[in-house]
Each structure stands twice: as structure tokens, then as C-alpha cells.
Write a protein that binds this ligand. Sequence first.
Ligand SMILES: [Zn+2]
Ligand SMILES: [Zn+2]
Length: 184
Amino acid sequence: MSVIGETASGSLHRVVPIDALVIVPFGGFPIPVAQALAAELAARGVTTRLDAPVPLPQASYSRTRGQYRAESLLTLVSGRGARHVLALTERDLFAGDLNFVFGIASPGGACVVSTARLAAGADDTLFRARLVKEAVHELGHTLGLAHCPEPSCVMYFSNTLTDTDRKSDAYCQRCVARLQARHR
Ligand SMILES: [Zn+2]
Ligand SMILES: [Zn+2]
């Protein structure tokens, strides 16, 4: 277990307390982007393994919506030889009543992050910063965290990219305390 709060700057904590994470790119996802994300997560104390790409299943695609079903992709990658799995797709996702989702996660397990909407108005640096935030957010859900009312906390719910850009890529004091309580 990583030490939580080790690289704390101010009241925000960048360390993600996951020992081993499998990153699964879905078909078509740019591998250099997955590698850059793996490096960002390594800097947060997460040891990652990048798996070979998994083809996007036709059955998960809604032709009427032009989007993939987030839950369906989440089920597909759950439990791929590791407790924590982060799957990446460049295709747009929807879930339930939501028009779209940046990502989806199951507590204690896997998560999926979509980059489909992260490139809007962004240069490479901003795009990668957004991806880190969405990944750290979904990983927080896999660790049992809920959404956080603190707008600078990475667990703040992003309804729009403005929300994503405003929040940090780190957990607030309260979320860290919750993580420590859960993973003691
Ligand atoms: Zn969330
Ligand atoms: Zn928080």
C-alpha cells in the first residue's frame, strides 16, 4: 500500500493508493497517450502494466446514439488479472439517463475513461491534464470514494469541461481521510 499524503502539497494529495493497476486500451486508443498516463500515475505512486489493446465490442455500441454503453465496457474489462483496472477509449460513452459520461467505475474494481470530449479547445498539455484528472477521479471511485462537494478536489463531479479544468488532479483532505479510513 502506498503512503497516502506523502507528496502532499498544501491540503491536496496527489498519491493514489493503488499498488498494482492494469491499463487496458480499447481498440484505436493511441498507445503514446496511454503510456503518458501510465507515467503520470507512476509519479503518483501507482505501478502500472499496460496491456495489449482490446477490440471494442459491436454489442456495446448504440447505433442510434453513436456512443458506446459505459456499463457494458466496464463489465468487459472487470477483473482482468488485477483488482484495479483502468480501461481507456477515445469513443464517446453514455450511461443510464446521462447523455454522456467522461468515465465510469465500479467500487473495488475497474473503471473506464473516455477521451472523446477531453480534446475540445485543448492543446496537448491541457488534454493530458484533463485525462489525468478523469483517471484519478475514476480510480477514486474504485477505491470507494463518492463525489466531493469541494470544487478543487479531483472527486468533484464534472458535468462539463469547465468543472474538470477548475478542479485539481488531487484528493482533498476529507477524501484522503476517507481513503485512509478504508485502506488502513
Ligand atoms: Zn464520478
Ligand atoms: Zn474531496
